[in-house]
Design a protein around this ligand. Structure first.
Ligand SMILES: *Cc1c(COP(=O)(O)O)cnc(C)c1O
Length: 380
């Protein structure tokens, strides 16, 4: 009989079952050394460690937990999410064709456009959350790689991962999914047939707004693309420090509790703003009449995440006045932290199609009645 697969909650709480062999500690030590001695016969030390760019025990412990959380064969940590995304694209051959979801995390779109232009790659963008659009674009362009983000930021578009995987595999390409807003607690992306899952661990995975980190995970450790990513990280050196990796390990122990509470709170906040007379439209996968709800329901379990957006009735001035009146929601970018944040995205990205009346919330783990009361007085 196959061994029972542990739930993400158990993996998170027990740091992937880690026990420090030297001390018996249930918490791993931080190994800050950048270099490791050799024996008198010049063989590497028993640990096999040579130099910290590749041989950080602390980073490897964190990677082991992250791989287990995504039910993956392997995970690779990067110093932030963008470094992980950049590695995915850099590892493609020059001249490759990539299909990238439109209107996703702006940092991704901006960097990918510039990179593809410089590297002679064909970049096709489209709303890949629509089944007919991804089918048409895959058939027409036969991309080497499709990159989607689900749920997307800030529109919360939900893309059917299993359908996307089948569609791109049909034309011989690979599927990479940015699942930052879902986290492995809500969606184990590789189970739906994706080739690589990416998370900005700066967001929900770390969840305390005090570490920058990014991660890639896969079940295809022998694929040429994954091997090229591995070599790119080794040779170009985009590695995370051991202190950051240790803080991430510490944070991951409560990942399931944080994601569960944030999702519960976000659901109640979404329902509250949807019923508010000064709100025009709400974007949240947990709302049953939301466009992406049925897709989200297929591939998210236990909640729909901390991220939601809504358009108020009114203009830029009114939107900014509401933001200014909030007491509990911090006016700051980012998401997935224990504290609630609000953002006026149009101010940050003026010419990218974000409406001036759109507010984006990252809902934290505070008491939801306090959060709703704060929104109530600001929206009044
Ligand atoms: C923040 C974010 C990134 C980039 O991650 P960093 O850790 O900030 O580099 C990528 N994708 C999504 C969806 C994000 O929210």
């Amino acid at each position: 009989m196959a061994k029972r697969r542990l739930s993400a909650a158990t993996i998170a709480a027990q740091a992937g079952g880690y026990i420090d062999q030297a001390s018996g500690g249930v918490v791993p030590p931080i190994q800050p050394s950048t270099t490791f001695v050799r024996d008198r016969d010049y063989a590497p030390h028993a640990s096999g460690n040579i130099y910290a760019r590749d041989d950080s025990d602390t980073v490897q412990i964190a990677e082991n937990i992250l791989a287990q959380l995504d039910a993956a064969q392997a995970a690779l940590l990067f110093p932030n999410g963008m470094a992980a995304i950049a590695a995915v694209f850099r590892a493609l051959p020059t001249g490759a064709t990539v299909l990238v979801q439109a209107q996703i995390y702006w940092g991704t779109t901006k960097w990918v456009r510039d990179f593809c232009n410089r590297r002679g790659m064909v970049l096709v963008e489209g709303d890949l959350s629509k089944l007919d659009i991804i089918e048409k674009l895959c058939a027409h362009h036969e991309p080497n790689m499709v990159f989607i983000e689900t749920p997307s930021n800030p529109w919360l578009r939900c893309t059917d991962i299993a359908h996307a995987a089948k569609t791109v595999h049909n034309v011989g390409g690979r599927l990479v999914v940015d699942a930052t807003a879902a986290t492995p607690i809500l969606t184990r992306v590789l189970d739906f047939g994706a080739d690589i899952v990416m998370h900005s661990a700066t967001k929900g995975l770390n969840g305390h707004s005090d570490v920058l980190a990014g991660v890639l995970a896969t079940n295809e450790t022998e694929s040429p693309h994954w091997k090229a990513i591995l070599m790119d990280r080794h040779d170009a050196g985009a590695v995370i420090g051991s202190f950051e990796a240790w803080l991430l390990i510490r944070s991951l122990r409560t990942l399931h509790l944080r994601v569960e509470q944030m999702s519960k709170n976000a659901q109640m906040v979404a329902e509250y703003v949807q019923a508010h007379p000064n709100v025009q439209e709400v974007f949240y996968p947990g709302l049953t009449d939301f466009e992406g709800h049925n897709t989200a329901k297929l591939q998210m379990q236990g909640g729909y995440g901390s991220l939601l957006s809504f358009c108020i009735k009114g203009d830029r001035v009114k939107a900014l006045r509401i933001v200014g009146k909030l007491d509990l929601f911090h006016r700051a970018t980012s998401m997935g932290g224990v504290e609630s944040l609000v953002e006026h995205r149009h101010t940050i990205e003026p010419n990218t199609g974000i409406p001036e009346n759109l507010l984006r919330l990252s809902v934290g783990i505070e008491d939801v009645d306090d959060l709703i009361a704060d929104l109530g007085q600001a929206l009044a």
